[in-house]
Write a protein that binds this ligand. Structure first.
Ligand code: PNS
Length: 164
């Protein structure tokens, strides 16, 4: 059985992530969407919020599972018996960093492959950080994130502003 892992911060999930999840899930028996919880970045959405947003917008999908992980990705891959890391590439600017990650992961575990998928052109400019920026200033996040995530994102930034 082929198990692929699509790792990320998902802070928050965007339409670009969903596109990669959809396409990658057709290339393997089982796809694990793995949410990194201990990144050096300080996420706006906490672990539970990121997991539940993903769960909400994905619904129940037969071969897709959503999990969180801490530490090194290759250790998580070994723990779940996965063979392949799926990454989305939007532009050349993603390439250098992603190549470095892929080579380090390969060094750590030569059996692990990284599969790069080109983001669809309509999402080639889209990132979670752009969505956060839009939401912070009351912009139209609904153009860039799944319908099920819009309210939670708006609410988050309303509360953040109120707390400032
Ligand atoms: O959505 P992001 O923030 O671009 O995702 C980055 C992620 C989670 C894929 C990457 O930071 C990662 O794999 N982190 C786990 C730590 C690790 O294994 N790093 C690679 C070796 S240095």
């Amino acid at each position: 059985m082929s198990i692929f892992v699509y790792p990320g911060s998902f802070d928050p999930v965007t339409n670009g992530h969903l596109d990669i999840i959809d396409r990658a899930s057709k290339l393997c028996d089982h796809l694990i969407v793995a949410v990194l919880t201990n990144s050096g970045k300080c996420p706006v959405f906490d672990r539970e919020e990121r997991l539940s947003l993903l769960q909400q917008v994905m619904g129940e999908r037969e071969n897709i599972e959503i999990r969180s992980f801490d530490g090194l990705l290759v250790h998580f891959m070994e723990e779940v018996g996965a063979t392949t890391i799926v990454k989305g590439l939007r532009a050349m600017s993603d390439f250098e960093y992603e190549m470095q990650m892929a080579l380090i992961n390969k060094h750590l575990n030569p059996a692990v492959e990284t599969l790069f998928m080109m983001a669809d052109t309509q999402y080639s400019f889209l990132s979670s950080s752009a969505v956060r920026e839009l939401a912070r200033h009351g912009g139209p996040v609904e153009d860039f994130v799944p319908e099920g995530a819009v309210e939670a994102i708006r609410r988050k930034f309303k509360h953040k502003d109120a707390g400032q």
